[in-house]
Structures are given as structure tokens and as C-alpha cells.
Ligand binder design. Structure first.
Ligand SMILES: C[S@@+](CC[C@H](N)C(=O)[O-])C[C@H]1O[C@@H](n2cnc3c(N)ncnc32)[C@H](O)[C@@H]1O
Length: 245
């Protein structure tokens, strides 16, 4: 057996032992078992519980894993999103509160708990940086706080991640009757012109052409109308919520 195979067997055994301890409610023993190896095994065990639909034990593993590995951005994002998907919003906020989102060279210590949570639950859906999320939340807060009338309009909505951030922020402030009018091609980026270039001079047309699908449709940030509707529906923002065009 190769060294790699031996290691894989050892990890599988470790995972099995950990699983049994978690089911027997012996979290401390599971942690003691894992510490000489790597606490990330606890996360993997949580994934295995999730795969068989045992969300309660998955959360036991994941909550402890983020405490044991406080600097792992991915684990925090994944746990906050899973808690939010399971409608455990207060728990998601509690994890977000302790999530140190700053990375070397980028200080994000002024992000609020709400902003961190909204970044986590829209990551991979919105093309928005943590700073962008903070901007959207703060603008929405301003509009809600001062009762500025009118609908929200977004041109280039993609999957609706940015919209979801604004909808969540409105709902958090007890407002869910504001209309949203959302525009996109719902077929990806249209053909860039000559003047569409990056700051470093690279042509956008080149990138667009590289991503072109064999059927001739754009393959660059494509979300269909149905997919965007589905993502936005997940926010729970009550319909009618304006229009998608
Ligand atoms: C970078 S994505 C936008 C990200 C989005 N705002 C979010 O919150 O994640 C750009 C979007 O703009 C759309 N788009 C670009 N040019 C457009 C045009 N001329 N008309 C309509 N939609 C356009 C694309 O289809 C794509 O979905």
C-alpha cells in the first residue's frame, strides 16, 4: 500500500471514530482524539453527517471546527450559509459576530455582523466583494432609515446576489414592500466593443471570445431568468417584488 493510501485509511478510521463519539454526545473526546492530527477532520465528519441528512450532528461538528480553526475563512462562510439555509438566522449571526474576516493586508474589522453574514450567504452568488456588501447594506440602511420613497433598480443583476443583500437588509429593518426592478440580458455579457478594455489594456472582447459557448451564446457571467428568480425567491422577500426584465 502506498504512503498516500495508508494515510487515507488512517483518516477514514479517524473519521469513523469521531463520528461514533459525536453521535454518543462525546464532543470533548472527539476533539481530544483529533487534536494530535488535524481538527479539520471534524469538519469532514460534519460533511458526512450532512450527506446523510443529519444536520443536527453536522452543526455540532462545524461549530466546534470553526472554534478550533478560527482563521479558516472557508469554514466560517460555509457554516454561516448552512445555518442561514436552515433558517437558524440568530445562530448564523452569532457565528458571523466572531468571524474575523480580515485577511493579510486587508483590514475588514469595521464590517458589521450583518454585513459579514450577508457576504457569507451570498458568496458565489453575488459578484460583490465584502466591501461591496458593506456598501450595499449601508446604502439600503440610509434609504430605509430616512424613509426615502421609490423602487430599487439594478441594471446587470446576474444571479441576484446584490439584490438579495439589499432585500435581506430591508427585511432586517422591518421593510418588505419596496419594489425591485431588475434588468439583465439573462444570457450573459453582450459582445464588448473596441472601447471595452481593462485598466491594464487587455481587451474585453478577447475574454468574451474565449468564453463563447459552442452554440454561439455568451459564456461570461450567465444566469438565466429562471435561475435568477430562484435565487431571489430564496431570500423570502415577499412577492410581488417588482419585475425582472
Ligand atoms: C458582473 S455581473 C453583475 C453582478 C451582480 N450585480 C451581482 O450582484 O452579483 C454583470 C451582469 O451585467 C449583465 N449585463 C452586461 N451588459 C448588459 C447589457 N448591455 N444589458 C443588460 N445586461 C447586461 C450581464 O449579463 C451580467 O449578468
Amino acid at each position: 500500500m502506498s504512503e498516500q493510501d495508508t494515510l487515507a485509511v488512517q483518516i477514514r478510521e479517524l473519521e469513523e471514530k469521531t463520528k461514533k463519539l459525536i453521535v454518543a454526545n462525546k464532543l470533548d473526546e472527539a476533539v481530544a482524539l483529533l487534536m494530535p492530527h488535524h481538527p479539520k477532520v471534524l469538519w469532514n465528519v460534519g460533511e458526512q453527517f450532512l450527506n446523510v441528512g443529519d444536520l443536527a450532528h453536522a452543526f455540532v461538528c462545524w461549530r466546534k471546527a470553526v472554534i478550533l480553526i478560527p482563521d479558516d475563512q472557508y469554514l466560517h462562510i460555509r457554516l454561516i450559509r448552512a445555518l442561514s439555509d436552515a433558517d437558524k438566522r440568530a445562530d448564523a449571526l452569532a457565528v458571523a459576530k466572531n468571524f474575523k474576516m480580515s485577511v493579510p493586508g486587508v483590514d475588514r474589522s469595521d464590517l458589521t455582523t450583518e454585513e459579514k453574514m450577508l457576504y457569507c450567504i451570498t458568496e458565489n452568488i453575488a459578484i460583490v466583494s465584502p466591501e461591496g456588501v458593506a456598501g450595499l447594506v449601508r446604502l439600503t440602511d440610509h434609504v430605509a432609515r430616512y424613509n426615502i420613497p421609490g423602487a430599487f433598480v439594478e441594471c446587470g443583476v446576474y444571479k441576484g446576489g446584490g439584490v438579495a443583500i439589499m432585500m435581506h437588509a430591508l427585511m432586517q429593518r422591518g421593510q418588505s414592500d419596496r419594489e425591485f426592478h431588475l434588468f439583465d440580458t439573462f444570457a450573459g455579457m453582450p459582445v464588448p466593443g473596441e472601447r471595452d478594455v481593462y485598466a491594464d489594456g487587455r481587451s474585453a472582447h478577447e475574454e468574451w471570445a474565449q468564453k463563447l459557448r459552442p452554440d454561439g451564446n455568451s459564456g461570461w457571467v450567465v444566469s438565466t431568468l429562471d435561475d435568477t428568480r430562484r435565487f431571489i425567491k430564496r431570500t423570502g422577500y415577499p412577492p410581488p417584488q417588482g419585475s425582472l426584465r
